[in-house]
Design a protein around this ligand. Structure first.
Ligand code: UD1
Length: 420
């Protein structure tokens, strides 16, 4: 199994191109199931999660051709032969549940394995199911599968989400495009990935209003057609690499970066003493003089501070001057990076959903273990700023969400390599 070896060696300088968003691509790909015409995605990221979704769509009979080294995905769901999303694939990736809404909307039936728990908390799918039920689906949960039926098709309805859920909003949005009549999604997620999905669906002929706000209204249509759509920039990859010069010093330009994707995060960087400037090609990030300052962070749905950047921000705050408190409000078990950071000399106390980080002057390299996708990259960031050598093992988590991480960082002068 591969590991990543990092030797901390001071300031970084250079440019990092930011890929298309994993989380947007994982919801845009199932949208192919809504139409018999071709759907083509450009600016797709090259990640193992995308390959898993390719495998899942393939198992249903969809064709997914990976072109231009994986940056273009040409898909066709003309000949869907199965409505069964098998446990063997679904268990690898939670986002697999996103095939449920589209299959049900187009074919009136679907059988999708329940994804089960995952490392960062229980993560149920009840909100997905309740939304589809509101649209008239009959659901039966047995043998670990959701058996869903809508023999006469889905019917538009008002769906009130009790809490904001990105995935449930996506599933309901896709399903509602082919439902009869009007659907209103209240307390919908406002993430840029939702906006991107709505834009793509509109290109396919869907009638949608209000994406990016908490009320989305969809007027169902009889059929959707093909489209070509460019995947939005990955704001989490962007934020992760913005933290590299923040933690190591130096100056890095993030190509394709946009402040509007990460406004709350950029405010925190500013408060910590990290400068973020817009350039013609993206964003330039540099650390002002000396150590960063401690800041408090609370994770929230968009436009708040993203939970997917909490681990990486913690790595930065480990070396800040002063004490920071991070509060995780989205997932209940998302501080598994803390014990690994402790091994590198950090001072962190975790109490329930809060982590108190007392900044230290220097971290020290150590063998550490990745526990999930964002945790693994937080350890790499910490290692870049640490004295000595760090080996991060179990990096298959990293490959789910970051393409060519070693290349992107070493192009800026980091000493980082993959070892088998
Ligand atoms: C998506 C992202 C993930 C990110 C998360 C929050 C993808 C593929 N993944 O995950 O990277 O961390 O948004 O920004 O886009 N919940 C329920 N019942 C449900 C669904 C969710 O209780 O049916 C809870 C979850 O346990 C969590 C909260 O709602 O506490 C938000 O989760 P949600 O927004 O649904 O996250 P995902 O869509 O799974």
């Amino acid at each position: 199994m591969d590991s990543i070896l990092v030797r901390g060696n001071g300031p970084l300088k250079g440019q990092i191109p930011i890929a298309g968003a994993k989380n947007a691509c994982l919801t845009l790909m199932p949208a192919t199931l809504l139409t018999e015409e071709p759907l083509t995605l450009t600016n797709a990221p090259r990640l193992s999660d995308i390959r898993t979704m390719t495998q899942l769509l393939g198992s249903l009979g969809a064709e997914v051709a990976s072109l231009q080294g994986g940056q273009v995905l040409a898909m066709s769901s003309h000949d869907i032969s199965s409505r069964h999303a098998d446990y063997e694939i679904v268990r690898k990736m939670r986002a697999s549940i996103l095939v449920l809404g589209p299959l049900l909307a187009r074919f009136g039936e679907a059988e999708v394995s329940l994804p089960g728990g995952c490392a960062i908390g229980a993560r149920p799918v009840d909100l997905h199911l309740r939304a589809l039920e509101a649209l008239g689906a009959e659901l039966d949960l047995r043998d670990g599968y959701v058996h869903a039926k809508a023999p006469k098709g889905l019917v538009g309805a008002v769906v009130d989400f009790p809490i904001v859920s990105v995935g449930a909003t996506e599933n309901a949005l896709m399903a509602a495009t082919l439902a009869k009549g009007t659907t209103v999604l209240n307390n919908a997620a406002r993430e840029p990935e939702i906006v991107d999905l709505a834009r793509c669906l509109r290109r396919m002929g869907a009638q949608i209003e209000g994406e990016g706000t908490s009320t989305i209204t969809i007027q169902g249509v009889d059929r959707l057609g093909g489209a070509t759509h460019a995947v939005v920039t990955d704001r989490i990859e962007l934020g992760t690499y913005m933290l590299a010069p923040a933690i190591c010093g130096g100056e890095v330009e993030l190509l394709g970066g946009r402040i509007d994707l990460l406004a709350a995060f950029c405010e925190k960087l500013d408060a910590a003493g990290v400068s973020v400037e817009e350039t013609a090609n993206g964003l330039k990030v540099s650390r002002r003089n000396g150590r960063v300052r401690a800041v408090d962070v609370v994770t929230e749905p968009f436009p708040g501070f993203p939970t997917d950047l909490q681990a990486q921000m913690m790595a930065l705050l480990c070396t800040a001057e002063g004490t920071s408190v991070l509060e995780e409000r989205i997932f209940e078990n998302r501080f598994m990076h803390a014990p690994e950071l402790l091994r590198m000399g950090a001072r962190i106390e975790v109490h329930g959903g809060h982590a108190t980080v007392h900044g230290v002057e220097k971290l020290r390299g150590a063998p550490v273990m990745a526990t999930d996708l964002r945790a693994s990259v937080s350890l790499i960031l910490a290692a870049l700023a640490a004295e000595g050598e760090t080996i991060v093992s179990r990096v298959y988590h990293l490959d789910r969400g970051y393409e060519r991480v070693e290349e992107k960082l070493s192009a800026c002068g980091a000493l980082i390599e993959r070892i088998s």
